[in-house]
Design a protein around this ligand. Sequence first.
Ligand SMILES: Cc1cc2nc3c(=O)[nH]c(=O)nc-3n(C[C@H](O)[C@H](O)[C@H](O)COP(=O)(O)OP(=O)(O)OC[C@H]3O[C@@H](n4cnc5c(N)ncnc54)[C@H](O)[C@@H]3O)c2cc1C
Length: 380
Amino acid sequence: MAALHVMIIGAGTLGLSSALHLAERGVAVTVIEADGIASGSTGRSIGVVGTQHVTALDVELRAYGSRRIREWAKHGLDFQTIGYLRLGRSTGDLALFEQSLGFQRNAGITSARILEPAEIRRLVPDISTEGIDGGLFGPEDGFLDPHRFASLLAEKVREHGGSVQQGCRLLGADRHGSGYRLKTSTGEMNCDAVVIAAGPWAGRVADLFGHSLPIRPERHEAVTIRLPKPLPYVMPMVMDLVHGGGGTGLNFRHDRPSELVAEIHSASGAIADPDAYDEQIADASKEHLAQLLLERLPGLDGAGFGRGWAGLYPETPDGRPFVGPFDGEPRLIAAAGAGGYGIQLAPVIGALVADWLVASQAVAVPGAAGFRPSAVRIGA
Ligand SMILES: Cc1cc2nc3c(=O)[nH]c(=O)nc-3n(C[C@H](O)[C@H](O)[C@H](O)COP(=O)(O)OP(=O)(O)OC[C@H]3O[C@@H](n4cnc5c(N)ncnc54)[C@H](O)[C@@H]3O)c2cc1C
């Protein structure tokens, strides 16, 4: 296995985590990146990592990430533990939260708890709990700087003898023996296996191999909120959305003592060309966010918008990432389509990519075996 040479297309969190997990298992890796590290969706994310999800599989995938991120935090990753509060608007949402507590305990996370509206107001004194029945709170969740995260992963790949080549674009691919010959903007390279981790471009990269990978680049916007003075408490990540339940999708968290960052997580429906989309936040979006924020945080007098930007969620038709080999091609692996969760899912996706190439199965989370880009999933 030590002789295997894998080329990874894309230096976002999915590509770099895949490279690191492979390199840790003694595989030779080369990451090629058309632009720079974290220049795609990764660098536009707000870096939230948490396990407050309501299905067993979603929790299990994130529990792996949470464990690895804590390990990396001991070796230079700046992870800010601010907690994650998911708001629930009905008894149905609260029942899902109860189930989540069980899934989290099974995954070794015992700190999460359900909060009554009064407890939510004690945790977040400026919040209005109008229409809120309770919350699911994970005190160990938090956020990281996605640029610094990606740079740290790249550094660790290099420490393990791997290479990360920026400014190197994949232009074409041929089967070559049992591996591949890749044509890139800096020359031809041969390898034994390829990982397609090109984020919102992953469908285009799969085309170069003659495969279909239905990735929908969905445009989302984020904005910072400048506060007139620092809050006397830490604003956790607050998410007004329950998958399979209700909510507006509004989410916000502390970024700096006098600054919050906010975003809307629900499907925007705005599909964009990753090479040509408006990277600025629209005025209409700011107005919509201001309205939602005023309803949820009516006490924040004197707050104003700061920097805003847009980026892409690489979405899939069924909302699950594509991770694993293409049909009939065990050495061509997809690692793409993580939607609005590619930072928190990067550790487990990297582990699964390494599992598929080293052990030919999904070992880290066996339930993720179905994430393969099978004909059924890609609608072929
Ligand atoms: C506003 C916003 C907020 C978000 N917040 C969060 C959050 O809080 N938590 C979370 O978990 N996720 C969040 N996300 C989602 C997360 O950013 C993405 O899921 C994740 O970054 C996807 O990573 P990736 O590695 O798949 O893709 P990317 O980061 O896009 O990396 C793909 C790379 O491939 C390169 N590439 C493309 N084509 C080629 C080629 N032909 N040759 C070589 N290289 C190529 C690109 O240049 C790019 O750098 C957010 C996203 C947005 C837009």
